[in-house]
Design a protein around this ligand. Structure first.
Ligand SMILES: *[C@@H]1O[C@H](CO)[C@@H](O)[C@H](O)[C@H]1NC(C)=O
Ligand SMILES: *[C@@H]1O[C@H](CO)[C@@H](O)[C@H](O)[C@H]1NC(C)=O
Ligand SMILES: *[C@@H]1O[C@H](CO)[C@@H](O)[C@H](O)[C@H]1NC(C)=O
Ligand SMILES: *[C@@H]1O[C@H](CO)[C@@H](O)[C@H](O)[C@H]1NC(C)=O
Ligand SMILES: *[C@@H]1O[C@H](CO)[C@@H](O)[C@H](O)[C@H]1NC(C)=O
Ligand SMILES: *[C@@H]1O[C@H](CO)[C@@H](O)[C@H](O)[C@H]1NC(C)=O
Ligand SMILES: *[C@@H]1O[C@H](CO)[C@@H](O)[C@H](O)[C@H]1NC(C)=O
Ligand SMILES: *[C@@H]1O[C@H](CO)[C@@H](O)[C@H](O)[C@H]1NC(C)=O
Length: 789
């Protein structure tokens, strides 16, 4: 019995002993006053004070609890002294909602040993530039890129005290800098990015101080001064920075020629001088920069010949190193010699577009992306290497497909090919299906092609866009087109195609957004099957021989029901030239090219056919439609009363039909309507009136002899007083004009106010979206141009 008790108490003691030991260990590890925590108390408290000032919407600093601050997220300590040496809170690759904000506390100064500080891509709008950063004397790396400090008066001069700094990135900060003296103390810098900071005030004291600022930086390897309002010629101090590997001076106002002293920068790998005002020829020394991989001189005023200076035979380098060459939009000219194309196989990006280069090209061995558009290249189309994925040869003088186009056994995974606006003649070769497997966009418009559509184009299943606009093509559409199950844009306008619209338009293809068949000889009825194209937002079948009535189901095009924007065309940023989704449409009798903006346009053009019957009331369901043209058919009956439901309608043309009856009064409420053509019908009664109607640019009633009221006549018979222009007041029995009939052919008011106001009202929300903004403004510019016509 005693023995048992003994054993029992032994176990109890043992358990107690173990528990006590565990508690002690736990206390040491996690507990209060842990003497073994690496983190220093003073620095931990400084970090907690900092944390208190910070707003942290997605709770990223939740790990900032407990004693061991060296284990906290974003913190790094010296593992011997325990001092915090790194603070990395960058949000470069997180969603915008993760960004930290609030106030940066100067308690951080207690981290005296800090060497690495990265707060980039956060959102510290409430802070001025924290000048106390100038006291982090041990700092070697500082990244404040895009932290959103907001102040018109702050300057970073205190950073001149950080004499140990190796890397300084203050890209995109709002700073008021009028001298660069402070930079001269940072003689150890290897990396400096001051892009998108306005340095124009430093130019008051021009070369001398700026030279002083940089002359001590004998270790600088990366210098980024993009978009700094730099307006000097290339500053002399640059030529002494022989350690430079990457230099970006793009988007400035740099003038003059590139001096040969540039050739001293023999370590250069990356040089971007695009979007400046550089003049003169391409300098020879470029051929001697044997490490150069990326050269961008686009958007300057360079002239003269000689791309060969870059890859030249005369080059001092053993092998050409360029992988990226962009000379687009200059005034360069001359023949590009064959060996240039042969020597460029290492290049993955080549852009010579928008210059005056000429000569023929037998084969293109270079690249993944090759843009040679808008030059004067001639001869047959070149043989192209199988590596090319985007090829733009548009707007040149190429005359035909080379024989090699089909014989070469290479399988291409081209995804974009633009051959439009050349002199291509003859038939389109019939080998696409086999050789050009991944083709997604094919533009052959504005050439002189003849014959039928080859069945091999018809059957490329991955084709998204096909434009054959303005050629001399003829015949029926090949049956093989029913295999194009992905196609979004089909533009066959201005050719001689004939036959009926195949029923497969509604059987296999459901992806069409744009169908343009204008100016061909298609005949027969408009098939009901078309209505199954619910993505369709642009339908243009004008100037053909279509007959029969307008199918009622045309009111079912759902993409024309909702407002046009929001379609997936804009869900991706197109590569240069790629996915341009270009088509040509007629507005007010003029043809316009729509590029990249298709998602903003909804349009139905059935004009100039032999359509009969009434305008189906279902069409008024399309209240996202901007443009509707039913002109020049044999439609009869009335304009549907519900037309006022088409709130976004901007242009309505029903001229040259046999429409009768009164013009629906509700049209006066279509606030965006800027063009209304009711001419050559048999309308009667009062013209609807409103201030809105009076501000039209294009309003035409000609050839309806029974209309009355302003602007044609002062009043309708039976009116006591002329109607108030803003009060809809329709007289059903109207229809006789008084003796004061004025044959007013056009009624124009020069200010298209209604349109401008209306358009902004609808699309202004778009302007908030950064990605769409440029597209949108281009569109608006285009609109202004059109309004001015
Ligand atoms: C301290 O850190 C250095 C560098 O990170 C490492 O090489 C070293 O092994 C560490 N020392 C200890 C004791 O952990
Ligand atoms: C800084 O933190 C980010 C995100 O936590 C991380 O991706 C990055 O590698 C860190 N940088 C360094 C140099 O530790
Ligand atoms: C600074 O941060 C930005 C954004 O987080 C990043 O793109 C950039 O490369 C960083 N600079 C350096 C020198 O690491
Ligand atoms: C360049 O560095 C030297 C020594 O490091 C220093 O004395 C001089 O003032 C610096 N130059 C400028 C312009 O600050
Ligand atoms: C299409 O239109 C027809 C006729 O207007 C209608 O009966 C049918 O319900 C519509 N279909 C859809 C899916 O909206
Ligand atoms: C409507 O189409 C006709 C003929 O196709 C054309 O002449 C007219 O300009 C078009 N109307 C508008 C407003 O674009
Ligand atoms: C226009 O309508 C009137 C009567 O309303 C009719 O006499 C005339 O024939 C019609 N003209 C046309 C071209 O339809
Ligand atoms: C209205 O249509 C007629 C016939 O189609 C045309 O002649 C006239 O130019 C058009 N008016 C306007 C303002 O476009």
């Amino acid at each position: 019995m005693e023995k048992v008790m003994d054993r029992k108490s032994f176990v109890v003691v043992l358990v107690h002993w173990y528990l006590s030991l565990a508690t002690i260990i736990c206390m040491f590890t996690y507990g209060y006053g842990n003497p073994n925590a690496l983190c220093r108390k003073r620095e931990r408290e400084a970090l907690l004070t900092f944390k208190q000032g910070i707003t942290d919407p997605s709770n990223q600093l939740t790990s900032w609890i407990g004693e061991e601050c060296c284990m906290w997220k974003g913190i790094g300590c010296d593992n011997i002294t325990g001092h915090v040496i790194r603070l990395n809170l960058t949000k470069s690759n997180g969603p915008a909602s993760d960004k930290l904000g609030g106030v940066i506390s100067d308690s951080l100064l207690k981290l005296e040993n800090l060497q690495y500080l990265d707060l980039s891509s956060n959102s510290f709008e409430d802070n001025h530039f924290p000048s106390f950063f100038g006291y982090f004397r041990n700092l070697r790396f500082l990244n404040l890129s895009d932290v959103g400090f907001r102040s018109s008066t702050a300057n970073p001069y205190q950073l001149g005290n950080l004499s140990n700094l190796h890397s300084l990135d203050i890209q995109g900060l709002f700073l008021n800098i009028d001298n660069l003296e402070w930079l001269s103390h940072l003689s150890l810098l290897e990396f400096l990015d001051m892009s998108e900071i306005d340095l124009s005030k430093t130019s008051a004291s021009l070369q001398v101080p700026i030279q002083g600022a940089f002359q001590n930086m004998s270790a600088l390897r990366h210098l980024y001064l993009r978009g700094t309002n730099f307006s000097y010629s290339i500053p002399n101090w640059l030529y002494n920075m022989t350690t430079l590997e990457r230099l970006d001076l793009s988007n400035n106002h740099i003038q003059g020629v590139l001096p040969s002293a540039f050739g001293r920068l023999s370590q250069l790998m990356y040089l971007d001088l695009s979007n400046n005002s550089l003049e003169g020829k391409l300098p020879r020394f470029l051929g001697n920069l044997c490490n150069l991989q990326h050269l961008d001189l686009s958007y300057n005023k360079l002239n003269g010949g000689a791309v060969y200076e870059l890859l030249g035979n005369s080059s001092a380098c053993s092998a050409p190193s360029l992988e990226f060459l962009n000379l687009a939009t200059n005034k360069l000219s001359g023949v590009v010699p064959p060996w240039f194309w042969n020597h460029s196989s290492q290049m993955s990006f080549l852009d010579l577009s928008d210059n005056n280069f000429h000569g023929s090209i037998t084969s293109l061995s270079c690249g993944v992306e090759v843009y040679l558009g808008s030059n004067n290249f001639s001869g047959p189309l070149p043989n192209i290497s199988s590596t090319i994925r985007y090829l733009d040869l548009s707007n040149n003088l190429f005359s035909g497909f080379s024989t090699a186009f089909c014989e070469d056994l290479v399988v291409h995974d081209l995804s974009f090919l633009d051959l439009s606006r050349n002199l291509l003649s003859g038939e389109i070769p019939d080998c696409w299906m086999f050789n050009y497997v991944l083709l997604e966009e094919l533009y052959l418009g504005n050439n002189k092609l003849t014959g039928n559509i080859p069945s091999s184009i018809g059957s490329i299943p991955s084709l998204l866009s096909l434009s054959l606009h303005k050629n001399n093509l003829e015949g029926n559409l090949p049956l093989s087109m029913e295999n194009q199950t992905a196609i979004e844009l089909l533009d066959l306008s201005e050719n001689h195609f004939s036959g009926i619209l195949p029923l497969w338009f509604g059987k296999s293809l459901f992806t069409l957004m744009v169908l343009v068949l204008r100016s061909n000889n298609f005949s027969g009825g408009l098939p009901q099957e078309l209505c199954r194209q619910t993505q369709l937002q642009i339908l243009d079948v004008s100037s053909n021989n279509f007959s029969g009535s307008i199918p009622r189901c045309f009111g079912n095009f759902t993409a024309m029901v909702r407002p046009a924007y929001g379609n997936r065309i804009f869900d991706f940023i197109p590569p240069k030239g790629g996915f341009s989704q270009s088509t040509f449409l007629v507005r007010n009798g003029m043809e316009y090219e729509y590029r990249n903006i298709l998602a903003l346009v909804t349009s139905m053009d059935l004009s100039s056919n032999n359509l009969i019957g009434e305008i189906p009331e279902e069409l008024t369901n399309l209240y996202g439609l901007l443009l509707l043209n039913l002109s020049n058919n044999q439609l009869h009956g009335k304009i549907p009363e519900k037309i006022n439901a088409m709130k976004l309608l901007e242009s309505l043309d029903v001229s040259m039909n046999q429409l009768i009856g009164v013009i629906p009064q509700g049209m006066a409420s279509l606030t965006f309507l800027s063009h209304l053509n009711l001419s050559y019908n048999n309308f009667s009664g009062r013209i609807p009136s409103s201030t809105q109607l009076q501000s039209f640019t294009g309003l035409s009633f000609i050839g309806n002899h029974d209309l009355c009221g302003p602007p044609l006549t002062p009043s309708c018979i039976g009116d006591d007083t002329p109607p108030e222009p803003t009060t809809p007041n329709f007289d059903d029995k109207g229809g006789e004009h008084d003796g004061g009939w004025i044959d007013m052919k056009w009624f124009y008011i020069s200010m298209p106010l209604g349109f401008v106001v209306g358009f902004w009202g609808v699309f202004a929300p778009l302007a908030l979206n950064k990605a769409w903004r440029s597209v949108y403004f281009k569109f608006f510019d285009d609109m202004k141009y059109r309004l001015a016509l």
